[in-house]
Design a protein around this ligand. Sequence first.
Ligand SMILES: [Zn+2]
Ligand SMILES: [Zn+2]
Length: 243
Amino acid sequence: MYFSSISLVGYRVSYFISDSRCHHIFGGKHAIIGACCPNCKLPLIRLLQLDMLDRKIGDNIAIPIQYIPILYCFRCDLIDEPFYYRMNDDSTISIVKYKEQISSRIHTWGYIDESKLPVYYPEVMISLTELSCEEQYLLLASYLSDYIDISFLPELLNISKTYLQKFTNIINHQIGGIPFLPQGWTEFLCPICDKQMKFLASIADEYVDNEHKIVSFTYEDIQVQSAICPDCRVIGVNHINWC
Ligand SMILES: [Zn+2]
Ligand SMILES: [Zn+2]
């Protein structure tokens, strides 16, 4: 399987820490023109929004736009296939490809009916923290753990076995680098140029509620994966179930 990422270095997301030079957001209401679900007609859910003023992002994705929003909908058949949209010059988006609703099916996430899901999640300021070489090595090793014995890693990296076991829980959401992909990677093909897209972000099944508690989006331990084609300014979004 081919895989490439927007950057060699990966970043984890920290909630409630703002960076005065840029404005990354998790969740929140938005007024992005064009960001309406073509099936259920509700606003697309903004999971994450990256500020291109942050050189960690802007230097790696050289396109002249202010923000990259990662948008999705958990409430309709759009979840059945990768979803693609284009970011336009004027900060609007145009939906390029999606799975059309073909039935009156109602999906149940965990124990919650999709129609009961929030229309948006509370807005939380976030910052991006660089993953160390050791952490990236651990992520690569976890990806390869079906093929190689990784029991030697704690000694090699001078970390405890407990840390190794808990490590992937630390990485809740990730931008760039080598991601933690316990169920593999979605092969995103740009619907405009047909090329393989680059890993942009992985988003764990969690958000922060108004009482600052961590809550599951769907109660199903999903991972949302996102990729980008910088040439066409297209974002792809898909979710993968963990089990
Ligand atoms: Zn929808
Ligand atoms: Zn493309």
